[in-house]
Design a protein around this ligand. Structure first.
Ligand SMILES: NC(=O)c1ccc[n+]([C@@H]2O[C@H](COP(=O)([O-])OP(=O)(O)OC[C@H]3O[C@@H](n4cnc5c(N)ncnc54)[C@H](O)[C@@H]3O)[C@@H](O)[C@H]2O)c1
Length: 289
């Protein structure tokens, strides 16, 4: 399938990233279905995307009439069979766990038309970990978004067809993003391969009680003159996602110091302090964002 033939997108996982990707797709003329196992997450995602469309109209970037048309192109569903009908491309943003993702892609393969391209927005896994589970490894790759940026990573696994790589690369341009096509699989793509060791070093300093999150952020910002430190960035990403990544790799590498950091993150997750989206993480934001 060529990128120009793509009409309908299924966003699987209606959380932080699903909303970001769903908004990008619907704003660029695609028909979008937001799917999640939780009905509440589906509803919240539709409300939040529709209100973002309204804000775009209010700021004068699109007309009120256009905004109303765009809002009609996005629907939410928690029934997988209904959500997958006539879908051309799936963008998956469910929890960062290869077993959960693998099981989901297995179900998706049974429900989607044969032509459908599957993509994962995983941050720290690689597509070959669950390519077989998709039942269509040639039409599967990682298509990874960076919140707050137009950069996207298009990362094939060894079994992805060149046609699928080109279709997803071109599709990313059609939703006005800026693609990097990786030459081979790499954990953390390009940017995250730089970012993840930095976040882990910051967590290590706090979990070993060397310094507070505020002081770690302050030392980074004052020396580099950058606007944000690692702990504020983790609050922005969402501490559940950061915990999933840290815990997975700590266990995989049998790394006791990284495990100590993961366990510290788990305390925040168990309290429901997930960062900006719940109003509290390492910092207190006073209200839900
Ligand atoms: N948050 C970020 O900054 C960021 C950036 C790039 C990539 N990612 C990746 O995107 C993915 C999702 O991250 P997020 O931050 O959006 O998470 P999130 O917790 O905000 O959202 C995940 C959603 O998936 C739903 N879900 C759970 N199991 C499901 C299933 N089996 N089927 C359908 N839905 C299911 C949950 O109900 C939830 O609404 C992860 O793989 C993460 O690594 C996150």
């Amino acid at each position: 399938m060529k990128a120009e033939d793509i009409k309908k997108i299924l966003i699987a996982g209606a959380g932080t990233m699903g909303r970001h990707i769903g908004f990008a797709c619907v704003m660029n003329g695609y028909s979008v279905v937001m799917y999640d196992v939780k009905e509440d997450a589906v509803k919240k995602s539709i409300d939040s995307i529709r209100s973002k469309i309204d804000s775009t109209a209010a700021s004068g970037l699109i007309t009120r009439e256009a905004a109303d048309g765009v809002k009609e192109n996005i629907v939410g569903m928690s029934d997988l069979a209904a959500a997958t009908a006539e879908v051309d491309l799936v963008s998956e943003s469910i929890p960062e766990n290869p077993d959960i993702k693998g099981e989901f892609f297995g179900k998706l393969n049974g429900a989607c038309p044969p032509r459908t391209i599957f993509t994962t927005n995983t941050s720290s896994l690689v597509p070959s970990m669950f390519a077989d589970k998709t039942g269509r490894p040639d039409r599967f790759l990682a298509f990874h978004f960076h919140p707050g940026s137009k950069l996207v990573d298009v990362m094939p696994h060894p079994g992805t067809s060149p046609e699928t790589v080109e279709t997803v690369r071109r599709f990313s341009e059609l939703i006005r993003h800026s693609p990097i096509v990786l030459k081979k699989e790499n954990t953390g793509y390009v940017f995250n391969a730089l970012l993840n060791p930095w976040l882990l070093a910051a967590l290590d300093l706090v979990s070993r009680d060397v310094a507070s999150p505020e002081d770690v952020d302050r030392s980074w910002k004052e020396v580099t003159a950058m606007p944000i430190g690692p702990f504020a960035l983790m609050d922005y990403i969402g501490l559940e996602t950061v915990w999933h990544i840290t815990d997975y790799w700590a266990k995989k590498k049998n790394d006791s110091r990284a495990q100590q950091s993961a366990d510290m993150l788990k305390e925040y997750v168990d309290r429901g302090d997930l960062g900006m989206k719940t109003g509290k993480g390492f910092y207190d934001y006073g209200r839900k964002m």
